[in-house]
Design a protein around this ligand. Structure first.
Ligand SMILES: [Zn+2]
Length: 202
């Protein structure tokens, strides 16, 4: 499946970036990120930048429970610091918040497509459904910048990307011997392990 932003397959924007009052606070809370739901896969992945592969290092992979620290709202989150000169914009830090489970540890190097976490609704996640709050910043303590170049979609509610399409090619009728030969070839080419070969007998 082709990756759309931080998910393989389709991603849904539920709450856009930079809006007031979408989630809570009587219309006074500014939303510094993009709320994304993975429709075909729940694994949160290191994004591309407008299709370009980028690299970075995990600097935070944790949950903060002390509510005096505002980052408690993110629940389980991952922060990736981009390596130098990865993108032409001001962004240096990527945040992936409200995760159910983290799949990386601080200190790990990551590149586009790498699994970082499993989508969840930990912390002060709005809406009561699983999503990832994707936020991008110039500095670790800064405010959220426009994340759409990393999310691979518009800053608007909607569904983006393409669903996985598997083509079915049927051959038959074949003898057991022919079927065994086809299966052996698929095994040899790795198609069985990749899920690209299945066998159904009528
Ligand atoms: Zn959010």
């Amino acid at each position: 499946m082709r990756q759309t932003g931080i998910f393989a397959g389709r991603a849904q924007v539920v709450y856009p970036y930079g809006r007031y009052g979408w989630t809570r606070g009587g219309g006074k809370v500014w939303h510094g990120g993009l709320d994304l739901v993975g429709l075909d896969d729940t694994t949160v992945r290191m994004p591309y930048y407008k299709g370009k592969r980028i690299t970075g290092r995990v600097v935070r992979a944790r949950i903060v429970t002390d509510r005096r620290d505002k980052t408690w709202e993110w629940g389980w989150y991952v922060c990736v610091q981009l390596d130098s000169a990865q993108t032409p914009d001001a962004v240096n830090f990527l945040y992936f918040a409200h995760c159910e489970k983290l799949l990386v540890q601080a200190g790990q190097t990551v590149t586009s497509g790498d699994a970082l976490a499993v989508m969840g609704n930990t912390g002060n996640a709005a809406g009561g459904y699983k999503h990832c709050h994707l936020e991008v910043r110039a500095t670790a303590g800064g405010t959220g910048l426009d994340p759409t170049a990393y999310a691979g979609c518009e800053n608007a509610v909607g569904i983006y990307g393409a669903a996985a399409k598997l083509q079915t090619i049927t051959i038959g009728p074949v003898s057991q011997g022919d079927a065994d030969a086809v299966k052996a070839l698929c095994d040899a080419r790795g198609l069985t392990a990749a899920g690209l070969y299945t066998s159904k007998w009528a």
